[in-house]
Ligand binder design. Structure first.
Ligand SMILES: Cc1cc2nc3c(=O)[nH]c(=O)nc-3n(C[C@H](O)[C@H](O)[C@H](O)COP(=O)(O)OP(=O)(O)OC[C@H]3O[C@@H](n4cnc5c(N)ncnc54)[C@H](O)[C@@H]3O)c2cc1C
Length: 495
């Protein structure tokens, strides 16, 4: 059904593209404006010579949410991309132990029994109790929170006992396990939100649960394929994607968004504007000075942000026999996390995530070669650290040395033929990510639900937020949910 309504979407990240896909399929005239030369935002591909990398997301979790998005536009996701379940999901490497988690509960219990004798009972309790928490909590993330009245819903009231208020993820996990390493194996997932397990609210026990329940998937060609396919679908349904088209300002008249102003100064009128650009960056750049009240530069600066990441994308003329996902845990993990989140110093005893996707996916590099992705959690730019070329080069060496000492990639340095680095400064300057906080606003309870920037933007009518900086939060599944919520609000408002 053609609605005759024109919608501008600022940013072709996963949130913007999902919203565009849902709206274009519902008869809206969708135009997506993207400042970069390709779609995907932090989920876009990086090409270095013959090698292809994902910029950011590499773990596709809760596949069902993405499947539903495709289904709601009458499409079967499997006709558009090849999905591969990873089993084991990843390797977790401690200095003296390795764990290879699987979502097969029996096999997982055997592994836990072997590595942490006696803890298998706790594992069964974890599966049982956390399923209940997930079933109560997840529906709360699927609805909008526009005002305090939203808290009176029966869905949320049923979830209250599962909030474990005042407890953090690490403390809550103590119900099931006592061994330090076993606890890390089920709480390091706080890093998926860029947070510390000692700070992340206990309700996020949902993340290790969904991982162990629904598994981890890879998309052949890289997870950036999801964004590319979404852009194609928007076009199939009549929408337009305008690359290399950064928006200068949202045009607001009498408190209502009326359109967008391009960098050329030209204005284009729309019935509604959806903002997918990084939250802090958008608030500080997309509105005329002194027009925002709730999100002034000072108030935006006063919010809490996730950590940042130091990234290496390495094209290798060799393929190592290492797992697809390898998470190397720091020798003193708690100290490592405190350096990132509290003292904001650059970790020397760092944790490193190494993704060796070429063992699963031949599309990423020439035969016999591989595309290695390295992510090191580091403090965001509120640390004041200057990532000068010398500092960056020195850190690169330290990161490579650690990979060499903790994996079988002992001759790694001799096989690098292509390379790109993104530092926290790079995230801020080149990727337009406020504070270089790669996982967006923090997920403290003070920044969740109604306290997170609303999907129906509080500062202007006919304006909506979508992506990691709005409700429900950062991470692909929740970003897809944010798009579902924002698209529905827009439809309700415009109908
Ligand atoms: C290193 C890293 C690893 C991650 N790993 C995972 C993972 O494994 N699994 C997972 O689920 N999630 C992961 N995430 C988190 C999250 O899924 C991604 O960050 C995701 O891409 C965020 O999507 P978004 O919709 O918020 O928009 P973004 O990806 O931030 O896209 C926003 C878009 O807006 C554009 N834009 C900004 N300003 C303008 C303007 N003025 N005009 C036009 N366009 C503009 C930008 O160019 C960009 O394309 C990871 C993130 C990072 C950074």
């Amino acid at each position: 059904m053609v609605t005759g309504k024109k919608i501008a979407i600022i940013g072709a990240g996963p949130g913007g593209l999902t919203t565009g896909m849902l709206l274009a399929n519902s008869g809206y005239e969708v135009t997506v404006f993207e400042s970069q030369d390709r779609v995907g935002g932090r989920n876009r591909s990086i090409t270095l010579g013959d090698y292809t990398f994902d910029t950011g997301p590499t773990f596709l979790m809760m596949l069902e949410i993405l499947e539903e998005v495709f289904q709601s536009t009458g499409r079967d996701i499997r006709k558009y991309m090849e999905l591969v379940e990873l089993d084991p999901m990843y390797k977790l490497s401690f200095i003296d132990k390795e764990i290879s988690p699987t979502r097969n509960h029996e096999k997982m219990a055997e592994q836990i029994k072997q590595l942490f004798p006696g803890h298998e009972k706790g594992l069964m309790e974890f599966y049982k109790n956390e399923k209940k928490r997930y079933e109560a909590m997840y529906p709360c993330l699927q609805r909008p929170y526009s005002g305090l009245g939203s808290y009176l819903s029966t869905t949320l009231l049923k979830a209250v006992p599962h909030l474990s208020l005042g407890k953090n993820l690490y403390k809550e996990l103590g119900k099931y396990f006592t061994d330090e390493q076993c606890k890390i194996a089920f709480t390091f997932q706080a890093k998926y939100l860029g947070m510390s397990p000692w700070e992340c609210p206990a309700l996020f026990m949902m993340i290790p649960f969904v991982e162990h329940e629904f598994g981890v998937f890879h998309v052949q060609g890289g997870l950036s394929r999801i964004s590319e396919v979404m852009a194609d679908i928007i076009k199939e349904d009549g929408g337009v994607i305008r690359l290399n088209e950064p928006i200068d300002k949202v045009v607001v008249e009498n408190g209502t968004a009326r359109g967008v102003r391009l960098q050329s100064g030209k204005t284009e009128n729309f019935d509604a504007v959806v903002i997918n650009a990084d939250f802090g960056h958008a608030m500080n750049t997309l509105f005329e000075p002194n027009t925002l009240r709730k999100y002034t530069p000072e108030k935006v600066a006063g919010k809490k942000y996730s950590c940042s990441t130091f990234m290496l994308y390495l094209g290798l003329d060799k393929c190592y026999d290492e797992p697809h996902h390898n998470i190397i845990i720091a020798e003193d993990y708690k100290n490592n996390i405190e350096e990132i989140a509290v003292s904001k110093t650059i970790p020397q005893d760092m944790s490193i995530y190494v993704r060796n996707a070429s063992v699963t996916d031949p599309d990423l590099a020439p035969k016999g070669h591989s595309a290695l992705y390295v992510l090191v959690p580091v403090p965001n730019n509120t640390s004041g650290v200057q990532w000068t070329p010398e500092f960056t080069a020195d850190y690169r060496e330290k990161v490579l040395d650690r990979i060499i000492s903790r994996t079988s990639m002992t001759d790694l340095k001799e096989h690098i033929v292509e390379e790109k680095i993104i530092t926290p400064t790079g995230w801020a300057k080149e990727e337009q990510v406020y504070n270089g906080a790669t996982f967006n606003l923090g997920h403290q309870l003070t920044q969740m639900l109604h306290l997170r920037p609303h999907n129906r933007f509080e500062e202007a009518k006919c304006c909506y937020l979508v992506g990691g900086g709005t409700h429900p939060g950062s991470g692909l599944p929740t970003i897809y949910e944010s798009a579902k919520i924002s698209a529905q609000l827009l439809k309700d408002d415009l109908s």
